[in-house]
Design a protein around this ligand. Sequence first.
Ligand SMILES: Cc1ncc(COP(=O)(O)O)c(C=O)c1O
Length: 390
Amino acid sequence: MSLQPIKVEDYFTPETFQRMKAFADQQETPFVMIDLNTISRAYDDLIAGFPFANVFYAVKANPAVELIDLLRDKGSNFDIASIYELDKVMSRGVGPERISYGNTIKKSKDIRYFYDKGVRLFATDSESDLRNIAKAAPGSRIYVRILTEGATTADWPLSRKFGCQTDMAMDLLILARDLGLVPYGISFHVGSQQRDIGAWDAAIAKVKVIFERLKEEDGITLKMINMGGGFPANYIAKTNDLETYSREITRFLKEDFGDELPEIILEPGRSLIANAGILVSEVVLVSRKSRTAVERWVFTDVGKFSGLIETMDESIKFPIHTDKQGEMEEVVIAGPTCDSADIMYEHYKYGLPLNLSSGDRMYWLSTGAYTTSYSAVEFNGFPPLKSYYL
Ligand SMILES: Cc1ncc(COP(=O)(O)O)c(C=O)c1O
């Protein structure tokens, strides 16, 4: 329950917020605006925390060319999920040596497409995919994604659909060698917005076992650990800061691998860009379901199908600011479409001011990641979420 108004200064400096708001005043809602300086700083902070790592930006978090260009110029590499992302990133002048095909679910012809473009780094977690890679991308470097714990402590878990057990990961890396590929490393993703830093400890310990056993039993020397994403953005429920994550994760790595670390890859999405975004919506209606109902419903012009899908199961709780002040009361917050799934928050009760009314603006903070790219094309006729890059 959050009946207190959020403090904007917990999320943005007053200058940045005022600057973004002044821009917002000129636009029709709904839209998201993204502050590129904030992303640039987040990238620098990540590099400062993990100076030994190579960053592969997870393009799925927000594929806008403005972000690709910024991160390209800052030296980032790119984690790519599809041929469409590949074309987009390469059209911005990123070479194939800076690209990893990180999706474990891919068509043979798409693997070939990546290979023809020059990409030589592929993720896998199954034998059939590995055999496809051996045929369509001969000689490439392979990393195998393993299953991880931590689903209950991540706001947006990724642990069941991707990855395989340790034993299978070893089998796949041996098979990779036998198929003429390069068994290169191991990847994992502890779940997005992972609150428990210990999740990395458990995953790194598994990786260590695989490195050692493959070396001792099969003469295979792996070179790389891809630690995925999972680093935190700034939502309502607080997490440790990035410095604590990087300090602890570095300690886990050194405990298991000593000072001579293998190549370390990070694939941040959320933590790099979420904090840079403000989604601006307008209240369409405020209503009650009966004369005596205590609860108000606030309907706004953006919803699950126009950028806020991560409110599914109320997983991500975005901080919401309005300019109205005064007494707060519990609300249900819902979107504008004729779909009853289009309710963002009902169980977690947000408080919004009692005097909030049609036409008032709602500022959804920390919405730079997984909003535009998740927005439906024409559901109920509504266009996809607009975005502006400042
Ligand atoms: C393979 C892979 N890497 C990285 C990410 C980014 O994770 P996060 O947004 O938690 O940083 C994702 C997110 O789905 C992913 O699937």
